[in-house]
Design a protein around this ligand. Structure first.
Ligand code: GAR
Length: 213
């Protein structure tokens, strides 16, 4: 059996997507080993989940750093010490410097709560409601220097219901995010999903649109 994919997960808060990955790994449903959970916030709840699961953690506070580039360089230097094959941004709420991303091209993914390219950035649920969208969702994409702008591997759609508010929409979307992220990490671990150049390939074939989970 091939060695499990070594995964580093970056979080800023609750860490429910991280928990979904940990649970899937423990159930034997995901051929990964989470080698590090890192956060920009020492109080991130997700760090406690990681500690409880016996996973190495790192809390690196940007407040102690002169600027964003220096912070990102230090963060990624310390991530690299754990030799991950893949970095997963799971609710990591910071924009990353292009210089640290370049060596990780094709080996870093992000989950975002919208049907990209719609609504990069914040307040995605509120923006979908304000636009009167009938469909909302989440996407997993390969990370580039463009905020929430890298090539999308897969998305999960969710119908907007009459009377939905942003909190209800977010709560209904969350379990879909968990399934979507686990599925995408699984595809990468199996070597089925890859970024070649700027194009996502699945089973060796270039994708013309995001897969639907
Ligand atoms: C998730 O909804 C994730 O999609 C979103 O933050 C939340 C983290 O929840 N990420 C972004 O908005 C990134 N642009 P979690 O900490 O419970 O996994």
């Amino acid at each position: 059996m091939p060695a499990p994919l070594r995964v580093a997960v970056l979080i800023s808060g609750r860490g429910s997507n991280l928990q979904a990955l940990i649970a899937a790994q423990h159930e034997g449903a995901l051929p990964i080993e989470i080698v590090l959970v890192a956060s920009n916030r020492a109080t991130a709840e997700g760090l406690r989940h990681a500690e409880a699961a016996g996973i190495a953690t790192l809390a690196l506070d940007p407040a102690g750093m002169p600027d964003r580039a220096r912070y990102d360089a230090e963060l990624f230097r310390r991530i690299a010490d754990h030799a991950p094959d893949l970095i997963v941004l799971a609710g990591f709420m910071r924009v990353l410097d292009a210089a640290v991303l370049a060596p990780w091209a094709g080996r870093i993914i992000n989950i975002h709560p919208s049907l990209l390219p719609k609504y990069p950035g914040l307040q995605t649920h509120r923006r979908a409601l304000e636009a009167g969208d009938a469909l909302h969702g989440a996407s997993v994409h390969f990370v580039t220097a463009e905020l929430d702008g890298g090539p999308v591997l897969a998305c999960s759609e969710l119908a907007v219901l009459p009377g939905d508010d942003a909190e209800q929409l977010a709560a209904r979307l969350l379990p879909r995010e968990h399934a979507l992220l686990c599925r995408c990490v699984h595809w990468i671990a199996e070597g089925r999903a890859q970024l070649r150049g700027n194009i996502v390939h699945f089973d060796g074939t270039p994708l013309s649109e995001a897969l639907r989970v």
